[in-house]
Design a protein around this ligand. Sequence first.
Ligand SMILES: NC(=O)c1ccc[n+]([C@@H]2O[C@H](COP(=O)([O-])OP(=O)(O)OC[C@H]3O[C@@H](n4cnc5c(N)ncnc54)[C@H](O)[C@@H]3O)[C@@H](O)[C@H]2O)c1
Length: 390
Amino acid sequence: MDKVRYGIVGLGNQGTYYLKLLLAGKVTDGEVSAVCDINPDKIKNAISLGFNGATYSDYKEMVNSGKVDAILVEVPHYFHPEISIYGLEHGVHVLCDKPAGVYTKQVKEMNAVADKSDKLFGLMFNQRTDWHYRVVKDMIANGELGDIKRINWIITNWFRTQAYYNSSAWRATWKGEGGGVLLNQCPHQLDLIQWVTGMMPSKIHAFCRMGKWHDIEVEDDVTAYLEYANGATGVFITTTGEGAGTNRLEIVGTLGKIVVEDDKVIHTKLTEKDSDIIKNNPNGFCNPATTPYEVKGDGNNLQHLGILLNFTAAILGKEKLFVSGQEGINGVEIMDGMLLSAFLGKAVNIPIDDDLYLEELNKRIATSADKTVKEVIFDTSSSFAGAKSK
Ligand SMILES: NC(=O)c1ccc[n+]([C@@H]2O[C@H](COP(=O)([O-])OP(=O)(O)OC[C@H]3O[C@@H](n4cnc5c(N)ncnc54)[C@H](O)[C@@H]3O)[C@@H](O)[C@H]2O)c1
């Protein structure tokens, strides 16, 4: 195989974005040979953009057509596991967009299939390509922060208007999307927060406000308190309702802290462990010596294109897969944990009780409203706000 033939399932905002990248020849060694959408208007739009390959309304037909080596799963989140499982079980590689799924039970089923498959399963965690996070991950792995004590992320620059929520019937409903800002925008940060630190929270107490800033039934404002097995704590704050949003990740260890904000990584280094200073320094008001400096990385931030290039190269045996699909469960555990805590009004342990979560979700699905909307395809290229340390 010289070129990987892609089929795209779902031609809304995101599927159309990847279609354009593929049609523009940006994905070296990759091409788009088929597309699929249940909405004929979306297929017409793909053709108007210059696509002239095979078109389908049924993803199963596309997978079995022999025309595709790999599929991109770009449909509402509930269908990610179902379509990924079908692809993996029917001989195509699968690159699924985030989140891996809506609830842990379905993601675990998907992972069990992926574990047995000889096809590649990847996830579109494009923000892992951002040098800021890669460099922080390396620093933590090299012990430069010492033992991690606190992990705080304020990610409130995911601003969205009511027009955004009105653009698709599935969006921001329990039955169509299964959640709000945690499910749609924050899968990136909920992936990074554990990928960068190598730590999963063991307990979460979260406060999720439903439709606080928009006319929607799911959460658009979240404050969560996290606890880790080593005693570290953290706070995760997010919303889609703040015009002057922030993106600030602060990780504190016994040897100092790292802050990622405003396109910069600042490392404030201690010369000795603060835990040792606390124990041994006789001066009650001692000010530990710190040396803050700006960390420089390789500057690369290829985002979605980077993931597409790597997935293609991995299929062709030229590179190692950068984001394994099975890792998607971690972020889903955290987002479901936050929602479960809010549903129950108390702290919950991680991993969560899969059955209890599904039971609580189903209660909300049962009363979820139908939305009638005029579907819109937005140009998403300028929308990846959380991708920048704005
Ligand atoms: N990685 C990122 O930065 C990023 C950004 C935006 C969206 N996404 C993800 O992409 C996915 C799609 O989001 P979107 O904004 O493009 O949504 P969208 O509503 O614009 O598009 C979804 C498309 O899927 C189609 N569809 C639904 N069910 C289908 C099926 N069974 N078979 C074929 N087509 C089907 C719909 O007709 C629609 O055209 C979501 O899971 C979202 O989280 C990822």
